[in-house]
Design a protein around this ligand. Structure first.
Ligand SMILES: C[S@@+](CC[C@H](N)C(=O)[O-])C[C@H]1O[C@@H](n2cnc3c(N)ncnc32)[C@H](O)[C@@H]1O
Length: 235
């Protein structure tokens, strides 16, 4: 009985936390982050036998691009200063893939609860950033720009990069893109886990949308905050 107790996970967990708390006086902010990372890790551990794990989001993007068809199209929602869209352009230009980026360039339109970002955070003062030659930017609220773009879209959209941070606008974007989310479409969510309240952000938007549309899907990869998802749709 005693041996069982000393070997138990409960005791190990207790000693682990006790040791850590002795090292430092944790703040609420730090501890919330720490806990969210542990919760996210627990979740990901359920998928370790079937997904890739990358130490950085750039490595996950690079991998995603290897899976894309030649001459297809990437969409990015949330461009800000152009860092991620330019990385995706650099990784994909050999495949003759073009990229369309959507942003107001005026920052978040809703509070990203669980974090310190609020309307106006990530504003680029309305300015379009410099981007690679394969990138086309569409300035404006995506509720207006996406429907217009979709009417004229003439290429297969093979990857959608969601980086709008909060749940409601991500859910809106998913619904607007419903017609181009097809069998084998890849989706990357930039803030899927690893921060406080991650369960209520992009992850909630995706889960709610997938349930609403009765979609089949699977995880292909994770990095510290990102998830790469492949959709299966029969129609
Ligand atoms: C976190 S930033 C994107 C960062 C960028 N993907 C990167 O990694 O370099 C989020 C962006 O979403 C944009 N955004 C938020 N709500 C939007 C909306 N309704 N329509 C268009 N853009 C929006 C903001 O302007 C902001 O630039």
């Amino acid at each position: 009985m005693l041996k069982k107790f000393f070997n138990s996970q409960l005791l190990n967990k207790f000693l682990y936390y006790r040791y850590r708390f002795k090292q430092k006086n944790w703040t609420v902010y730090e501890l919330l982050h720490q806990r969210s990372i542990e919760k996210s890790t627990d979740y990901i551990e359920n998928y370790l036998s079937e997904v890739l794990i990358f130490p950085s989001r750039e490595r996950l993007w690079k991998y995603a691009v290897t899976l894309l068809e030649q001459k297809s199209r990437i969409i990015e929602l949330g461009v800000y200063k152009g860092y991620s869209i330019n990385c995706l352009a650099d990784y994909s230009h050999m495949k003759d893939i073009d990229i369309w980026g959507f942003d107001t360039f005026e920052g978040l339109t809703e509070s990203w609860f669980g974090t310190s970002f609020y309307p106006g955070s990530y504003s680029n003062d309305g300015q379009l950033p410099k981007t690679r030659s394969t990138v086309t930017l569409q300035k404006g609220d995506l509720s207006n720009t996406l429907p217009n773009f979709l009417k004229a879209n003439d290429r297969k959209i093979s990857l959608i990069h969601f980086d709008l941070d909060s749940r409601n606008i991500t859910f809106t974007a998913l619904n607007l893109l419903n017609s181009v989310i097809k069998d084998s479409t890849l989706l990357i969510f930039d803030e899927y886990h690893g921060f406080p309240s991650f369960e209520n952000g992009e992850k909630a938007a995706w889960k709610d949308f997938a349930l609403q549309e009765n979609l089949s899907w699977r995880y292909l990869a994770f990095s510290n905050q990102q998830a790469l998802i492949e959709v299966s749709k029969s129609n």
